[in-house]
Design a protein around this ligand. Sequence first.
Ligand code: NDP
Length: 244
Amino acid sequence: MGLLDDKVALVTGASSGIGEATALALAAEGARVALAARRTDRINALADKLGDAAIAVELDVTDEGQCRNAVAATVGAFGKLDIVLNNAGVMLLGRIEGADTEDWRRMVNTNVLGLMYVTHAALPHLLETRGTLVQVSSVAGRVARVGSGAYNASKWAVNAFSESLRQEVTARGVRVVIVEPGMVATELGDHITDPLAKAALQERKTQMTPMAADDIARAVLYAVTQPQHVAVNEILIRPTDQEQ
Ligand code: NDP
């Protein structure tokens, strides 16, 4: 018997890193999982590995219609929705002065609006099941740093939106969980367009022992397997040697 037998989960950004690791962890506890991302080769391969317990759903979260379709596809395949992991995100670091503002649009469209669209589409189903919404924010949603301003702004927005929603729905049994990881070894930094910011991140990584995606998956699993009367509101989780 798994801890999540009979539960249905939707994971955005399931094609790599934290999303992939958490999807596997949820499935290992018996959940049926919809794996959503843009890279269909990767989510198809993961779905094949999980068999009948999973479906792959092509999703670009910046498109509201696709977010609605992903939620509908999950409910269509498995009959309901108990857990949503709003994890899709990009971290295009760089200073504000002289920034390529296209990076800002990508971060706001993905990290903020994408998460909001998925939340909006999933909410009626979560209210029906008294489900759990897990919002992947970051230490960057609590601590601002030079070279991270627009990313900080996007994750601050995630925290504000999610805390407001928590107050709106918690009395009706929907648990909203904010997860705020520090440095995790994933491909997130590979997409940074500013060479100086990319090099600075590489340097910062050498100053600590980053967490693994599995470390975050275990934190999510902890939150979503609590009894119904226990709401884990926020998990701030850093590498032990990450000071800020
Ligand atoms: P990855 O780059 O490995 O994962 C990011 C995921 O987001 C991918 O699966 C990617 O899939 C998906 N994604 C990106 N853009 C879109 C989009 N437009 N539509 C749908 N999916 C999208 O990095 P992580 O696993 O590290 O990142 C996951 C989350 O964790 C992010 O929200 C990130 O901000 C957060 N985080 C990460 C930390 C770290 O140190 N790694 C620390 C704190 C927070 P695809 O490209 O296939 O669409």
